[in-house]
Every structure is written in structure tokens, then in C-alpha cells.
Ligand binder design. Structure first.
Ligand code: SDX
Length: 452
């Protein structure tokens, strides 16, 4: 049985049930002298997994894998990563091609609906987005109450969650009509407006309203850097092109921490706004998307401390020191993060074209060169990840450091939505992992007067 969703009235998309290349092989496990067999499944890129869905029922055993370093929580047809080869593909298209040849909203459409849009679909999609860019006045009044110094990610999380208060009819994720897709469009359309509002609040400036004559990214930059008094503001094409590329590079990344969070929340049949707001919460963490803010703060600290990169490499290697090289290392990429390569190249281009000479970029390059030849990092396969250079471009564009992770969320929104839609389309069960209990065994209650 496949699940069909009405998209824009003129096409359906099938969420086919989990398709694997073959279920031929079996994995044998011997427990307490008894042999059990479990099917080995093969994905379309020949990834292998042991399907242990019957393990506990047959053996009473569960598996333990803290941090899910070896555990697939789902199958998915959205994004493919090869950590050893440094490959990243969305629906089969390489990140290099998409970053170089597509617009961000083309990639959004691809990630959400499985195919690159033709001209008519692309026109219709962008028209739908343009119809929903304004933010409800009530939401704006709530936003005005946020303290000026509130962290941008806390504001973003609150605003996305609050959208559900203003559109109560769009909360039911199980409606089979076009309501869910309208919610998807509404969230995608309002995200740039909300992000720009947060920017303006940070500067104490009045918001700039969305303009329907501009494309998605140009409109976002206009709402961010334009001024109500500057009617002739035109974003620099260099910045528009770089922002398109940066948003594409962040659009989805399979089962990362925040996407997994969105899936867990969505698996309880919670609405899309709450599921995405939980993804923003997870992304905020410095080990995840919050790293792009921490990288810039780290590079500035090294620069202010005289630029001695070796001192900070040594700190990062010292187990008694909590310092970590932010922007380095990745759970999946063990050679290089293809996005980091593209961002590093874009960084040079943008700073040259903008005539920006940022000494922090030189520190970053020195740090990367030193780490790539240091046995500690080489042995642990720690390379620059997507967050290492992105902040330098964001700063050159004029974004404050605390805002960098909001830009990560703006790019990642289509990925979170697509992961949530895929989970719902396959009617996956509620996520409820097991545990191994290591606490006190049964003991009788002791009344207060008898306690030591
Ligand atoms: C993102 O999952 C995704 O796809 C995420 C993401 C996406 O697009 O959604 O790609 C975005 O989150 C990128 C990562 C951003 N985070 C950072 O840059 C923070 C710094 N990096 C790390 O904290 C770490 O590398 C992680 C969190 C990214 C990965 O952690 P793992 O896979 O759990 O690895 P680990 O912590 O077990 O480290 C393995 C070893 C340890 O040393 P040993 O115990 O073997 O001696 O490597 C060391 C770690 O101490 N190590 C580091 C290090 N990262 C790992 N040592 C110093 N500096 C670092 N940055």
C-alpha cells in the first residue's frame, strides 16, 4: 500500500512503504546456546542493516547503542551520506551539483516532493510561498514582548511553536486533504519573515515587510538588511548567490540530531509546528548547529590570545581540558565534509568580492592546516565540518555571531519537514526506545522515623 499526498492539486507523491534491495541474507546470533536468525536488508546504495525488530520478542534481549552510533532509526529516501567517500546527495542529486546549479527553493521542492520541479511546478510553488509570507499581527505582538537581548534561537523556537496557536485548524497531522501541505507552505513561507524580524529586533530597528516581487532568498535579505527608509535597497548579487548556496548546503542531512528529534516528536502525531520547534531546540546545542556560533567565538578568542593555534590544538587534545575544536569532527564524515569544502571556497570568493579582509579567516586556515597534520586529529579522522567556515561568511555578510544558528535552521527547515512527512507517510510507530536498568533492585519502603 502506498500513501498519496495531494501536492498543489496537480500532482500526487507516493510515500511507498520501506523498499529494500533484497532481504536474502540472514544474520545469526547465538544467545545462551540458542541460535537466532535475523534478516539483513540492503539499501539502494548497498548499505547493510540487520533488522532486529523481532529480537526482544524472541530472545528477551535488547541492543544497547548509546548515541545511536551504530543504529539506524529508520529507512529514508531523502538524503544519502557516504562518510568515507565524503558524498552527500539529496534524492540522488549531488550536493556539488545542487549548490552550483540550483536555487534554494528548487532544492526545497526536491527534498519535499522527491523530484526537481519543472517550470510550471516551480512557478506555482514560489507563488504559494509568496502568498503566505506575512506574520499574523497577534504573533507580532507576542514577538514584541521578547526581551531585546533574547538569544535568536530561543526567539525562533518560540515563534515557530506559537504559529500553532494562530492556525489551530492546521494542527491535525492526520488530515488527508491539502491541509497538511498548506501548513508546510505556511511554515516555509513565514520562516524568512520570522528570521528577519529577529534580526531587526537585535538592532532595535523596525521590521521590513516581505515583498512579493522578490524571490525567496532576495526577499529574506531585503527584510534583513533593507530599511523601511531605504526604498531602493537591492541586496548585493554576491550575497544573494552565497546565501542561496549556504541554505542549500544546510537543507537536509539525513538522521542528524535535530532531524531525529523532529521525527521522534512527529512520531507521537504531534503537529508540524511543535515537531519543527523541537528540531530548533536540538539544533541550538553547541555540539550540533550551535557549533557555527561557537566556532567564531573560538577563532576570535585564539586571535585575541595572539593567534597561537598550536596552543589551542594542544588544549583540544588534553583530556583534562573541556576545550574542543569547534567546527571539527563529525559522526558520519570520516574524511571530509563535502559541504565544508564548498563553503571554504565560497568563503574566499565572498570575502574577495566584498573586499573584506577578515583576520579570523587566516586563523581558521592556520588552525585547519595544523590540525590536518596533527596525529591526534588524523587518527580520529577529525576534519572541518559544515560549521567551520560558515560563520566567517555570515559575519562578512553582516550577521551577528549569535544569529548564525538561525541561518542554519532557515536552511534546514525543508529537511526537517521532509523527514516529518516521510515518517507520517509511512505511518511509522511512536518512537519509544528501550533501556538497560542499572538502578536499585526491589526493596521495602522505610518510614521516615526508621531512616538513618
Ligand atoms: C553538525 O550529524 C550531522 O549530520 C550534524 C550536521 C548536520 O548537518 O546536521 O552535520 C551538523 O552538527 C556538525 C557538527 C558540529 N559540531 C561541532 O563542530 C562540535 C565539535 N565536534 C564534536 O564535538 C564532535 O566531533 C561531534 C559532536 C561532531 C561528533 O561527536 P562523536 O561522533 O560523538 O565523536 P566523539 O565525541 O565520540 O569523539 C571521538 C573522539 C574522542 O576522542 P577519544 O575519546 O577517542 O580519545 O574524537 C575526539 C573525542 O574527544 N573529538 C574531538 C573533537 N571531536 C571529537 N577532540 C577535539 N575536538 C573535537 N572537535
Amino acid at each position: 500500500m502506498s500513501y498519496e499526498y495531494l501536492i498543489f492539486g496537480q500532482q500526487n507523491i507516493n510515500f511507498a512503504p520501506i523498499q529494500f534491495k533484497g532481504m536474502a541474507e540472514q544474520a545469526k546470533i547465538v544467545l545462551e546456546g540458542k541460535e537466532y536468525e535475523y534478516p539483513v536488508i540492503t539499501g539502494t546504495e548497498n548499505e547493510k542493516a540487520i533488522d532486529i525488530s523481532k529480537l526482544r520478542g524472541e530472545t528477551g534481549y535488547v541492543t544497547l547503542d548509546i548515541g545511536f552510533k551504530n543504529t539506524a532509526a529508520t529507512s529514508s529516501a531523502i538524503t544519502y551520506l557516504d562518510g568515507e567517500q565524503g558524498l552527500l546527495r539529496h534524492r540522488g542529486y549531488s550536493i556539488e551539483d545542487l549548490a552550483d546549479k540550483a536555487s534554494f527553493t528548487e532544492v526545497v521542492y526536491l527534498i519535499l516532493y522527491g523530484e526537481l520541479p519543472n517550470e510550471a511546478q516551480y512557478k506555482e510553488f514560489n507563488a504559494q510561498l509568496r502568498d503566505h509570507t506575512l506574520v499574523n499581527e497577534g504573533l507580532d505582538s507576542m514577538f514584541k514582548a521578547f526581551p531585546t537581548g533574547a538569544h535568536p534561537m530561543g526567539q525562533l523556537m518560540s515563534m515557530i511553536s506559537a504559529l500553532g496557536l494562530f492556525y489551530p485548524k492546521s494542527l491535525d497531522p492526520n488530515r488527508e486533504d491539502d491541509a497538511v501541505n498548506r501548513t508546510v507552505i505556511r511554515l516555509l513561507a513565514k520562516m524568512p519573515t520570522i528570521c528577519a524580524m529577529i534580526s531587526k529586533k537585535g538592532h532595535g530597528h523596525p521590521v521590513v515587510f516581505p515583498r512579493n516581487d522578490l524571490d525567496y532568498v532576495t526577499n529574506y535579505l531585503n527584510m534583513t538588511f533593507g530599511q523601511v527608509s531605504m526604498l531602493d535597497y537591492e541586496p548585493d548579487p554576491v550575497i544573494v548567490s552565497a546565501m542561496n548556496k549556504l541554505l542549500i548546503l544546510h537543507a537536509d542531512h539525513e538522521q542528524n540530531c535535530s532531524a531525529s528529534t523532529v521525527r521522534v516528536v512527529g512520531s507521537s502525531q504531534s503537529n508540524l509546528y511543535s515537531s519543527v520547534a523541537s528540531g530548533v531546540a536540538a539544533l541550538w546545542g553547541p555540539l550540533h548547529g550551535g557549533a557555527n556560533q561557537k566556532v567564531l567565538e573560538m577563532l576570535e578568542m585564539i586571535m585575541e590570545d595572539g593567534g597561537d593555534v598550536q596552543k589551542y590544538l594542544d588544549k583540544a587534545k588534553d583530556k583534562s581540558d573541556n576545550f574542543r575544536l569547534m567546527g571539527f569532527g563529525h559522526r558520519v564524515y570520516k574524511n571530509f565534509d563535502p559541504r565544508a569544502r564548498i563553503i571554504k571556497k565560497t568563503c574566499d570568493e565572498v570575502l574577495n568580492k566584498l573586499g573584506v579582509n577578515d583576520p579570523v579567516l587566516e586563523i581558521a586556515k592556520k588552525l585547519e592546516t595544523a590540525a590536518l597534520t596533527d596525529p591526534y586529529f588524523v587518527e580520529r579522522k577529525l576534519y572541518p565540518n559544515v560549521d567551520f567556515y560558515s560563520g566567517i561568511i555570515y559575519r562578512a555578510m553582516g550577521f551577528p555571531t549569535e544569529f548564525f544558528t538561525v541561518l542554519f535552521a532557515l536552511g534546514r527547515l525543508p529537511g526537517w519537514i521532509a523527514q516529518w512527512q516521510e515518517l507520517r507517510g509511512e505511518k511509522q510507530p511512536i518512537s519509544r526506545p528501550r533501556q538497560v536498568y542499572t538502578g536499585e533492585t526491589a526493596r521495602p519502603f522505610v518510614f521516615m522515623k526508621d531512616r538513618a
